[in-house]
Design a protein around this ligand. Structure first.
Ligand code: AN7
Length: 376
């Protein structure tokens, strides 16, 4: 088939949609997997649990091509690296950056090297990096050590850095803030709740909201609510954590690279950065899975866990008082898909019941487990 016989199509993605707001790039170098345009879904059960007069939305970034929010920034960073003639790219990762970098580099025809903390990343993420053909180095240390090594390596060799210290990552990622405003019909949310690990995402959202306001696309900006896991909460406690620990391995980070920018987003927006325990994270994960039908990895649920925690101390009741004409809009960013971390997902419910392969046996097993079979 001749090229001209192909039906006209735009392959989509953040560069084609929001290119006017990004640094210029040669369209021929652009790499996309159709990232962005993720659903913003209303969360009835979470809203009810928060407060009357509050409407909670979930920004489902796990529906990006590789299953996490990283694809937005990766699309732009890999495109720019390819444009600049890099042939090798590298990142340190708790998993999702590695998966995304591996996929976009594969598509761009670039070699990808990822450095991960040994035995500390979710199975799905490692599988992605391996399948996409990245060279995976597991170091006997944590993410912060892996990142220090990668920063060293890109100084010594002509290798593109794909961590969010690369400003192109932030540029691509800020499109998520634009999209939230567009999906809300041309307004910013009142609050934006977001998990914080290396702090690139909160930095990017805040940049996006600021730019949309400057461009006159929205008339206000949200209060930024960042949440770290209690065992990995350097910004909350005010000093680096040498041995961060949490079930939410994606945000098991003790010394965030964009620490100062996260603090700026917090302070300029009148927001906060607080911590949530692993138990609160898993409870929020279960609520999302069992009541909203939305499966997310533990790190993602930190945003919802944080909002629920603030709600318990009346934070939103005070702010969404009866004098408001409209419900307060809270957007929780859900950064990664639950399928990334099957082991954590299995712990949210109870494992399979086992029965013989006949109807009577299945029926008896269900009755024994107390399953209602009469439709009520
Ligand atoms: C699901 O992949 O840092 O605060 O190396 O995978 O921008 O770091 C992942 C981070 C939240 C935190 N949710 O975002 C990595 C990595 C999920 C994540 C975060 C990550 P940042």
């Amino acid at each position: 088939m001749l090229m001209s016989d192909r039906p006209p199509m735009r392959s989509g993605g953040i560069i084609s949609k929001y290119g006017d707001y990004l640094p210029e790039i040669d369209p021929a170098a652009a790499v996309t997997l159709g990232e962005g345009q993720t659903p913003l879904v209303e969360a009835r059960a979470v809203s009810e649990a928060v407060a009357a007069g509050v409407c909670v939305y979930l920004k489902c970034e796990g529906l990006n091509p590789t299953g996490s929010f990283k694809d937005r920034g990766m699309a732009f960073a890999v495109s720019r690296a390819r444009e600049a003639g890099y042939r090798v790219a590298m990142c340190a990762s708790t998993g999702n950056t590695a998966a995304s970098a591996a996929a976009y580099c594969a598509r761009a025809g670039m070699r990808c090297v990822v450095v991960i903390p040994e035995a500390a990343i979710a199975a799905g993420k490692l599988a992605q990096a391996v399948a996409h053909g990245a060279v995976v180095v597991a170091v006997r240390g944590n993410f912060d050590q892996a990142l220090a090594i990668v920063r060293d390596m890109v100084e010594r060799h002509r290798i593109a850095l794909l961590n969010s210290l690369n400003p192109d990552r932030i540029e691509g990622q800020k499109t998520a803030a634009f999209e939230v405003c567009d999906q809300l019909g041309g307004r910013a949310p009142d609050h934006l709740a977001i998990p914080v690990g290396n702090a690139g995402n909160i930095t990017a959202y805040w940049k996006g909201f600021r730019e949309y306001k400057e461009q006159g696309k929205v008339s206000s900006m949200p209060i930024m609510l960042g949440f770290q896991a209690a065992g990995a909460a350097p910004i909350v406690v005010g000093h680096p954590i040498e041995r961060p620990e949490t079930v939410a391995t994606a945000i098991r980070i003790g010394n965030p690279a964009s620490w100062a920018k996260a603090v700026a987003a917090r302070d300029e927006s009148g927001g906060l950065v607080e911590s949530v325990t692993d138990e609160e994270i898993l409870d929020a994960c279960r609520l999302l899975a069992a009541r909203e039908g939305v499966l997310v990895e533990p790190a993602s649920a930190a945003s919802v866990a944080g909002v629920l925690k603030l709600a318990r101390r009346g934070y939103f009741r005070e702010r969404s008082g009866a004098s408001r004409r409209q419900d307060a809009v809270i957007v929780c960013v859900l950064t990664g898909h639950g399928l990334k971390d099957p082991d954590a997902m299995m712990r949210l419910g109870s494992g399979p019941l086992v029965a013989e392969a006949d109807t009577a046996s299945v029926e008896a097993t269900l009755v024994a487990a107390g399953t209602p079979l009469d439709g009520r």
